[in-house]
Design a protein around this ligand. Structure first.
Ligand SMILES: Nc1nc2c(c(=O)[nH]1)N[C@H]1C(S)=C(S)[C@@H](COP(=O)(O)OP(=O)(O)OC[C@H]3O[C@@H](n4cnc5c(=O)[nH]c(N)nc54)[C@H](O)[C@@H]3O)O[C@H]1N2
Ligand SMILES: Nc1nc2c(c(=O)[nH]1)N[C@H]1C(S)=C(S)[C@@H](COP(=O)(O)OP(=O)(O)OC[C@H]3O[C@@H](n4cnc5c(=O)[nH]c(N)nc54)[C@H](O)[C@@H]3O)O[C@H]1N2
Ligand code: SF4
Ligand SMILES: [Mo]
Length: 712
């Protein structure tokens, strides 16, 4: 699976180079096409990132592309919502009809009553934002955002003046990698590629993993800190305490390039490793060891992931972790975490076209200023507030939802409420590759193009754009269309601003700083300039103080704490001990599997056969207590509901933690539900307040649950 491959061409085949985007992408790929059909995909050895490697999902692209269940024609609902009766409609007709219904709702209830939804980091991500601005609605969402990446990006911007990514690409390898709530050996590409992490570990970088599970990545680490889910901020504060009190911070860097050190020092005095042990359940000795290892092995990378974001204290948790880089000077040094080069223009999102009054109407913006307010990195609506507005009409009714590649019944917290919200809509349009439980509720289902069917400029890693690559359309499946085309066709019919520009115009604008057009880039493949390290030595960091902000005045001005703090999760053994009597285990959800991307690929045989059933990981002590055998179906119940999964009994998890996969539905079961209520982790999760005060993040990790054998 991970061997590096040399491409072999055969007769009668056309060969193209492109970039895989089954996940967030980045792997250079070679595509073999015969008679207009994709027959094989291999890693491109010339790619500076994957150098020929690809994961099992990418290699199985032909099976996904050519799957008989791919949506091939636009569909219009015939029976009542969710009846599963459809008729095919020509593109022109379906686009006219949707545009006309959108126009009516826009005139009757204002553009804010039309919401746009999209999935994680797809090729058309910024185009949805552009379409929303052009349409004049402030209400678009993506299921990650407050739960994924926005806290890390925003905190990086506030603390170091730019997002940072791990430097696996230069000549200096890292000496230490601290994996914090992140399992990149499985989840890369998510900024980095698994293969790069693996190479760095093989070259001798010492690993530390902060994770309630001994994940695939944690297994390769010298030190594993099995943290209680949801308590990472306490661990970060204690590590800061050790690094400052033992004087093992980078004194020169702190002196010259940070602000607020003395305030931070006073602030963390009481956050000792012993204090953190009682909260995090990680031993004080291991906390000290981890702090010393990270601080004394330079250059060090801090690989942070979802474990620190999917809780209602996401701002302060991410800030606490971010400060570790500042104290040790591991920013923009060779082999550490590096600031972006951003070698292309940012996407023209037409944000100037959004009428000013609309900023106030963005659902959740007033409360969650760093998610939806004017200081937000990419202002969007707050998901629980938005879906509640669909259901209740409070503060106003959201009547239409146009989804481009998102499956909210599976990927947003509290699936029951999502269902109750979707059913209330006057218009639901879903663009997807396959019929899903969400699409089955729609009025129109439109067939999307998959990555070998798409033209796109890819800046990588996402957000920092140090490398720019061309993805190109090499085949056509049915009447599927690239999402951008669908949005542009609707925009033309609605006479929206920007609709005179083609996608190629937009891509040419993006590439202008490189002096290239999209056609040029297609020929070239990629542009990857040498990284310029320590850019701050020239002009300082791009923060108000020009330094790393250990103390953040911008946060203070917005009414948030300027120094990181710990807050116990609202649903936890310590915060809600009464509830914990009924639900004695700490539940975490969503740890990724190699074979699937979120709710996808359950219909892809080569992938599903490796992992046919949804699993719950439990410790042998828990299994013994409840008489659960390995491989047996069990019931996991939270205060919101119950689901069934197969028990995977393993020592590689904290004894009192239960880990549930997310994204499970069963394409092989009858629609319109496709078994969406059976094993869906988000039946268990909570979308109720309290939320993170800055981002509105809700809790997907660190909730309470109980487990029992399934009684037939
Ligand atoms: N409980 C729990 N829930 C979670 C998480 C968790 O850890 N725990 N993680 C959250 C996170 S971080 C994220 S990012 C979200 C992800 O949530 P989603 O983005 O909703 O996840 P996917 O299932 O990958 O994608 C949704 C749909 O997009 C379709 N699709 C794929 N490519 C394209 C395309 O190019 N165009 C179109 N139109 N459709 C396409 C797929 O077929 C799929 O049906 O899930 C979140 N939900
Ligand atoms: N194969 C595959 N790759 C993917 C995806 C996919 O669905 N499939 N999804 C993509 C997306 S959108 C994202 S956001 C990334 C996410 O990628 P990662 O950030 O790596 O996220 P996860 O694998 O969900 O979780 C990482 C680790 O966090 C641990 N964890 C759970 N709760 C906590 C906690 O409270 N604290 C700490 N410290 N750790 C905790 C889990 O045990 C897990 O090992 O992956 C991306 N890559
Ligand atoms: S890691 Fe992502 S981009 Fe690379 S081959 Fe796998 S799915 Fe494709
Ligand atoms: Mo995500």
């Amino acid at each position: 699976m991970e061997k590096e491959i040399t491409p072999i061409s055969q007769d009668n085949e056309q060969i193209f180079k492109s970039v895989c985007r089954v996940c967030h992408g980045g792997c250079g790929a070679i595509l073999y096409v015969r008679d207009g059909r994709l027959i094989r995909v291999q890693g491109n050895p010339e790619s500076p990132l994957n150098k020929g490697w690809m994961c099992i999902k990418g290699l199985n692209t032909p099976e996904i592309v050519n799957h008989p269940d791919r949506l091939k024609r636009p569909l219009r609902r015939k029976g009542k919502r969710g009846s599963g009766e459809w008729e095919s409609v020509p593109w022109d007709e379906v686009l006219d009809e949707i545009a006309s219904r959108v126009d009516t709702i826009r005139r009757e209830s204002g553009p804010e009553s039309i919401a746009l939804g999209q999935g994680t980091g797809r090729h058309h991500y910024m185009h949805v934002v552009r379409f929303a601005n052009a349409l004049g609605t402030p209400n678009w969402y993506e299921p990650g955002l407050a739960q994924c990446f926005i806290p890390r990006i925003t905190v990086s911007n506030l603390t170091y003046g730019g997002f940072v990514v791990a430097d696996y690409y230069g000549d200096t390898p890292p000496k230490c990698i601290l994996f914090w709530g992140h399992n990149p050996l499985i989840t890369g590409a998510d900024g980095e590629l698994s293969i790069c992490v693996k190479r760095a570990l093989n070259k001798g970088a010492v690993g530390i993993a902060v994770d309630p599970r001994r994940s695939e990545t944690a297994k390769k680490c010298a030190l594993w800190l099995p943290v209680r889910p949801g308590t990472d901020a306490a661990l970060a504060l204690a590590m800061i305490n050790v690094i400052i009190n033992e004087g093992i911070y980078d004194k020169e860097f702190v002196e010259k390039w940070t602000v607020g050190f003395e305030q931070l020092k006073a602030h963390i005095a009481s956050f000792t490793p012993e204090w953190a042990e009682t909260i995090t359940w990680v031993s004080a000795a291991d906390i000290v060891k981890a702090a010393r290892m990270y601080a004394s092995n330079k250059p060090a990378i801090l690989e942070w992931g979802l474990g620190i974001e999917q809780n209602p204290n996401s701002l302060q948790t991410v800030r606490g972790v971010a400060i570790l880089r500042g104290l040790t000077g591991n920013i923009d040094m060779p082999g550490s975490d590096i600031l972006g080069m951003n070698i292309i223009h940012s996407y023209p999102t037409l944000k100037e076209k959004l009428p000013e009054g609309m900023l106030k109407k963005r659902l959740g913006a007033e409360n969650y200023k760093l998610l939806g307010g004017w200081r937000a990195f990419m202002p969007s609506a707050h998901i629980p507030t938005l879906f509640r507005a669909m259901k209740t009409g409070d503060p106003y009714r959201v009547r239409a939802l146009l989804i481009f590649g998102n499956n909210p019944l599976l990927t947003v917290a509290n699936s029951r409420e999502i269902y109750e919200s979707l059913i209330k809509l006057d218009l639901l349009v879903v663009t997807d590759l396959f019929m899903t439980p969400t699409a089955a509720m729609a009025d129109y289902v439109l067939p999307a193009a998959f990555w070998p069917e798409v033209d796109q400029v890819i800046g990588y890693p996402l957000v920092v754009e140090n490398l720019v690559m061309a993805q190109q359309k090499v085949i056509q499946t049915g009447e599927s269309r690239q999402d951008e085309w669908i949005m542009d066709e609707l925009a033309k019919r609605l006479n929206l601003p920007g609709s005179e520009e083609s996608l190629e115009d937009v891509m040419n604008y993006q590439l202008a700083p490189l002096g290239l057009t999209f056609q040029d880039l297609k020929k070239k493949g990629f542009v990857f300039p040498l990284h310029e390290y320590k850019k701050y030595e020239k002009n300082g960091f791009r923060t108000p103080s020009r330094k790393v902000e250990l103390y953040c005045k911008a946060l203070e001005r917005m009414g948030y704490e300027p120094l990181p703090s710990y807050k116990e999760p609202p649903e936890s053994p310590l915060q809600s001990p009464e509830l914990a009597k009924e639900f004695p285990y700490v539940l975490t959800t969503g740890s990724r599997r190699l074979e699937f991307f979120h709710s996808e690929h359950r219909q892809i045989k080569s992938l599903r056969s490796k992992r046919p059933d949804p699993q719950v990981e439990i410790h042998p002590d828990t299994a013994m207590k409840h008489g659960i055998k390995n491989g047996e179906w069990v019931k996991v119940t939270s205060p919101r509901g119950s689901i069934r999964l197969k028990a995977l009994i393993t020592e590689d998890i904290r004894p009192n933690v239960i880990n549930v996969e997310h994204g499970w539905w069963f394409p092989e079961k009858p629609g319109p539900d496709y078994g969406v209520w059976e094993s869906n982790a988000n039946v268990l999760t909570n979308n109720a307040p309290p939320y993170d005060p800055a981002f509105g993040s809700y809790q997907l990790r660190g909730l309470l649950c109980r487990i029992e054998p399934e009684k037939e």
